[in-house]
Each structure stands twice: as structure tokens, then as C-alpha cells.
Write a protein that binds this ligand. Structure first.
Ligand code: GLN
Length: 471
């Protein structure tokens, strides 16, 4: 007998309804996902580990492996955390547990969430369900590919400069990077603390909104969090009457945007207009030019500080040496892969005496300008739209040897992340047979607007989230 439900198509909302009506038991539902994992994860490698007997009778979930889970190994995709079993739950893991969602397993990620393809995972890459020779994006490629492949109805990722939005674009699903400060980072392996945010990956905008409502809100364990100014509204309806949509020229005309991506995004914008939205052009003059350099100073600077704690004493494996310093050096040399080492070097350099003002200090000033130019745009518009990723999914290995080419994958997601703003990626069509992501950027706490517009557009676009080879 095959799976009781078609996990490739079932949304979390539909799964919830089946459970509530008693048409399916929690155990049957979990079994269906474990069957899907057994069937497809050998090829796609989304899961670093699964949980044999998860607790909870609700809709199952998968969590990116940067999210600490009590009693379940958490490695952040790094050898330096191999065997680390957190003695506590992160707040987001505790919240999904309290909501009764059983944990199917932990998903693959670039090491310490550094990357755009999941190829930097110490445990080997994940693959794109649409074409296994291509990357699923990153760093949250495991969570995103798992959702598209029907191995989990929804998942959590983390996004520092695009790690939820970009994989969602490349795998053809919905990903939300929430407003900075709305979701707790307590117990989430830190990459760049002024940027890191946890958020949902799902098949539909409504599912993403539902999961966001479970994880969002003030947490006394993370002093950067706030209570949401208004409750999450599950979107319904198709009208966009009165919604002002801004199209930032620089983010839509940037060099490197593939013609097929541009075309799909333009069609989605035309659909928004058809649904009653007022569409107008605007400008974010510094976003594309300065976003990347600013991010690649601030994020590595914070990372170099956050990664100092992996010293062979506090967590994970240790490589012995004849002195304390030699032990630390050897542990870090063996434990970290190339990308974290690259970021630590960039970051310590940017923070070093004599260079601090010229690099880190300057980047912080540019960040303020980016915040201001977004704020100016939101005086005229309710949301901004552009492609999520300049390209569709690229081939495994294609950008691995060229860090700069890899970094450019996030040129369109990074500016709003630096500004602390929410961004939603929804699939808006195919180019070369691969999904294209539409990025909707909102003002601070503008998630409800993103959900409303994303939901209406999702209906109008009618994208089939099941990869063609499985239809
Ligand atoms: N690709 C970006 C980086 O490597 C963003 C990663 C992320 O959002 N975690 O820094």
C-alpha cells in the first residue's frame, strides 16, 4: 500500500483539517512523511537525521539544523558540532512543540548557515527536487527541498541574508523571512546576530502565515524580540484594491538577472495590477551597489565573534594538542570548513585595530542609509517587489570554486535583510523548466500585508509546486 495521503500536494492546513476531522491519525500522517523521506531523501539528502518516535499529534515539521533541539543532535552543518546534543530547546523549537507539531527531523544547511547552495555543509550537499543536478539554494536548502519533495508539510529555516527566501525561490515554494525581532533567536546557532531571523517554509502563503503565528512574539530569553503589534491574519480573498506596489528599478534591472526570471516577475506584477493594485516605479539607489559589500563586512564581523566559542572546550569534538592553545587551534582547524574560516578571517580583519572605523564602522553607516532609503520607499508604497534570486537553480559545483559568484546569489535578498525588513518569496512561474521566485518586501511588521498580497497573487499565478518529474 502506498502513502495514505499524497504528501507532495497536501498542505499543512489540509493536514490539520484531516486530523481535526479524525479522518487521519497523527501516527498515520507522520508515517506518510517518513515514507516520503524513505523514498526520496536518498537522492535529495535534505535530512541530516530523523526522529524515530516524535512527540505530538499535530502536523509534523522539520527544523533546519541550526535550531537547537533538546535531546536531538544539532550540528549547524559543521563537523565542529558533530555529536553535540543540546540540553535545551531553542524557543522556536519549544513553540512548535507546545503547538503539538511532531519533529520529523533536522534539515541540511550550509555550515553555520554560510552559503547559497547547501554545498558548504560538512555532511554533503542537498539537491533540488526539480533537477537533482542542481542546488536547492542555501543555506536552508534542506528545509526548502524537503517541503517541495513532500517530505514535510512545512519547515523552519533561518535567514541572515537570504537563506529562507533564496532556497524557496529555487525550489518553488513559499518562504518568509520575518521582521527582525519578531521571532526569537534563543537557542539558534548564531551566525550574524544583528541579521539572523528564523522563519517558515511552506507550500502556501496561508501555511507560512499559520506557522509564523506559532513562532512569533516576544521571548524573555531574547532581548531583541517584541510582541507583534497586530495579530497574524490568515489571508483570504483575491482583491488587491488599494494596495500600492512599488517596483524598485535597481532591484529589477540589476545586472545578472536572467531574462526568464525578469519575464516571470513582470507577469506577476501585471497580475497584481489586474487584481486592483496600484503599481509604480521607485528607486533604492544604494541597495544593489552597497548592499553586498556592506553585508560582507557586517556578517563576517559578527560571525568571527560568534564562532569564537567553538574552542574544543564548550561544545563538540576536540583535537588534543600539547598546550591549550594548540588544542584550540587544531580543533578549529579540523572542525571548521573553508567558508567559516574565510568569514572568520574577513571578520577579524574588518574588526582589527586601525581598520575598524574604515570597514566595520563605515559599513554600519551604509546600513543606516539603506534603512533610510527603504523607509522613504514605504512612504509611497505598501510593499516592494522584485525577483528573489537573479537566476534559477544553478548546477551543483557551478559556483562552489568562486566565492564571489556564490555571494552574488543573494544580491537581491540582502538589502532588505540589512534594513531588518520582512520578505516573502512566492513562486511566480518557470524559466528553463525551473521555478522563479517573486520577492515581496514589506515595511517593519508588514507581514500581514505580505500575506494578503502573496495569497492573492499565489491564486492568480496558479503555480504547481509539484516538480514536473513527479506529476
Ligand atoms: N548566502 C548568504 C551568506 O552566505 C546568506 C546566508 C544566510 O542567510 N544564512 O551569508
Amino acid at each position: 500500500m502506498g502513502a495514505v495521503v499524497d504528501t507532495l500536494r497536501l498542505t499543512a492546513e489540509e493536514a490539520k483539517a484531516l486530523l481535526e476531522r479524525g479522518e487521519l491519525s497523527g501516527a498515520e500522517l507522520r508515517e506518510a512523511y517518513f515514507e516520503a523521506i524513505a523514498e526520496r531523501d536518498g537522492e535529495l539528502h535534505c535530512f541530516l537525521r530523523t526522529v524515530a518516535e516524535p512527540d505530538g499529534e499535530g502536523v509534523p515539521i522539520a527544523l533546519k539544523d541550526v535550531i537547537s533541539t533538546k535531546g536531538v543532535e544539532t550540528t549547524a552543518g559543521s563537523k565542529i558540532l558533530a555529536g553535540y546534543v543540546p540540553p535545551f530547546d531553542s524557543t522556536v523549537a519549544a513553540r512548535v512543540k507546545a503547538a503539538g507539531l511532531p519533529l520529523l527531523g533536522k534539515t541540511n544547511t550550509d555550515e553555520f548557515a554560510m552559503g547559497s547552495s547547501t554545498e558548504n555543509s560538512a555532511w554533503g550537499p542537498s539537491r533540488n527536487p526539480w533537477d537533482p543536478n542542481r542546488v536547492p539554494g542555501g543555506s536552508g536548502g534542506g528545509s526548502s527541498a524537503a517541503v517541495t519533495a513532500g517530505m514535510t508539510p512545512w519547515a523552519l529555516g533561518s535567514d541572515t541574508g537570504g537563506s529562507i527566501k533564496q532556497p524557496s525561490a529555487l525550489c518553488g515554494n513559499v518562504g518568509l523571512r520575518p521582521t527582525y525581532g519578531t521571532v526569537s533567536r534563543y537557542g539558534v546557532v548564531a551566525f550574524a546576530s544583528s541579521l539572523d531571523q528564523v522563519g517558515p517554509v511552506a507550500k502556501t502563503v496561508r501555511d507560512a502565515a499559520l506557522l509564523y503565528s506559532i513562532i512569533a512574539g516576544r521571548d524573555p530569553c531574547d532581548s531583541t524580540t517584541v510582541e507583534l503589534p497586530e495579530p497574524v491574519r490568515l489571508p483570504e480573498g483575491d482583491s488587491l484594491a488599494g494596495v500600492r506596489v512599488g517596483v524598485p528599478t535597481e532591484l529589477n534591472e540589476a545586472e545578472g538577472i536572467e531574462p526568464g526570471v525578469k519575464e516571470a516577475v513582470e507577469q506577476a506584477i501585471a497580475l497584481a495590477q489586474g487584481l486592483g493594485a496600484e503599481v509604480g516605479e521607485c528607486s533604492l539607489p544604494r541597495a544593489v551597489r552597497y548592499g553586498m559589500p556592506c553585508y560582507y563586512l557586517i556578517a563576517p564581523a559578527e560571525a568571527s565573534s560568534n564562532l569564537a566559542r567553538y574552542d574544543g572546550v564548550r561544545y563538540g569534538p576536540r583535537v588534543d594538542g600539547s598546550s591549550y592553545q594548540e588544542m584550540v587551534d587544531r580543533t578549529r582547524d579540523e572542525g571548521f570548513g573553508d567558508e567559516p574560516k574565510r568569514r572568520i578571517m574577513l571578520g577579524t580583519y574588518a574588526l582589527s585595530a586601525g581598520y575598524y572605523d574604515a570597514f566595520y564602522g563605515q559599513a554600519q553607516k551604509v546600513r543606516t542609509l539603506l534603512i533610510q532609503e527603504h523607509r522613504d520607499a514605504f512612504e509611497r508604497f505598501d510593499l516592494l517587489v522584485c525577483p528573489t534570486s537573479p537566476t534559477v537553480a544553478f548546477r551543483i559545483g557551478e559556483r562552489a570554486a568562486d566565492p564571489l559568484a556564490m555571494y552574488l546569489s543573494d544580491v537581491l535578498t540582502i538589502p532588505s535583510c540589512l534594513a531588518g525588513l520582512p520578505g516573502l518569496s512566492i513562486p511566480c512561474g518557470l524559466s528553463q523548466g525551473l521555478p522563479v521566485g517573486l520577492q515581496l518586501i514589506g515595511p517593519q511588521f508588514g507581514e500581514n500585508t505580505l500575506f494578503r498580497v502573496g495569497h492573492a497573487l499565489e491564486h492568480a499565478i496558479g503555480f504547481d509546486t509539484v516538480p514536473e518529474r513527479w506529476r
